[in-house]
Write a protein that binds this ligand. Sequence first.
Ligand SMILES: [Zn+2]
Ligand SMILES: [Zn+2]
Length: 389
Amino acid sequence: MTPVDHAEGWNKQRKKTATGWYDNLCRAADPDQVSNHMRRQQPMRSVTAYATSDRKAPFHKTTIQRRDLGPGDVLIKIAFAGICHTDIHTARGEWGDVIFPLVPGHEMAGVVEEIGAGVTKYAVGDRVGVGCMVDSCRECDNCLAGEQQYCLNGPVYTYNCIGKDGRPTEGGYSTHIVVDQDFVLAIPAGIDLDVAAPLLCAGVTLYSPLKHWGAGPGTSLAIVGLGGLGHMGVKIAHALGAEVSVLSQSLSKQADGRRLGADNYYATADPATFKQLKHRFDLIVSTVSATLPMHSYLSMLRLDGTLVNVGAPLDPLSVPASSLMDKRLRLAGSSIGGIRETQEMLNFCAEHGLGAEIEVISADQIDVAYDRVVDSDVRYRFVINTATF
Ligand SMILES: [Zn+2]
Ligand SMILES: [Zn+2]
């Protein structure tokens, strides 16, 4: 199967089987565009990666092809790649169709090894990162507003998507990646690369809604769930000056939560918590993928409060309209952040000495790490050291 057949076939399959929101994640595979790009027969370079060939298969070492550098491209030697829960949902086929073999990873940090002739933003040796997107249409209203994550033509996601060259995109579980300079982020001095990697997805996924809904001095907010996303939410919200509460199923991580910056910590398994916290918060950010009892959570908001979902429950949320009407509440969602905002987040984290809490693993531990993430047995992000590839 040629890459063109691969890309077009996949695109048709996606349309035929489209269900739910995940299918909107990758709409860059316009067959005309694919064909035009593939006719150029770009030269490639081989790099080492870890891939999975089926939704139940373990990861294996392999060689993949990265495109040769175009004028605006940056070749990055990846040092660390975070394991996001999205990697697992995708690799296991839980969120729709998958392009196998799959190289996941959209939290990577490394160093610029080579630049294209027209690159102005980065130089060889710069510390850089790549997050969930490697391109977008750059023309729609949302792209022009710098909100590429909401590109009306679908951003090009870092993996399991079709790039503008017509080939499936492959992510950060790899020694190298080639990315257009406009989708590369600078990692400021002061953040080590290993703790910076998870900021590229988990960090900005929390930073964006916290900024958008005005978290800061005088606001009282709650983060639901203290996992990979939630722990960054606590750190960032605390650094923004908000009063931060964690809503977790139990109090088992309370000491951690307080160490990371939480002022309060509550167990949602205790029904008394919801009574105690009635009309308590201006903002609640839910990072969990469980379907929450919305009425109970909305009851904790004050007048004009907002509940934002950044976790993605598979089942629809059931929301009594009266729960929203009673206090003019807003139920919202948010997805990662734009490139400008991601850079702002990295600068903010450097200024405040923030990085992710991580456990560094070697390449042969990816499968075990996946199982442990599913069991919530990680504090708080696994990061793969690509020196072990
Ligand atoms: Zn992610
Ligand atoms: Zn766009």
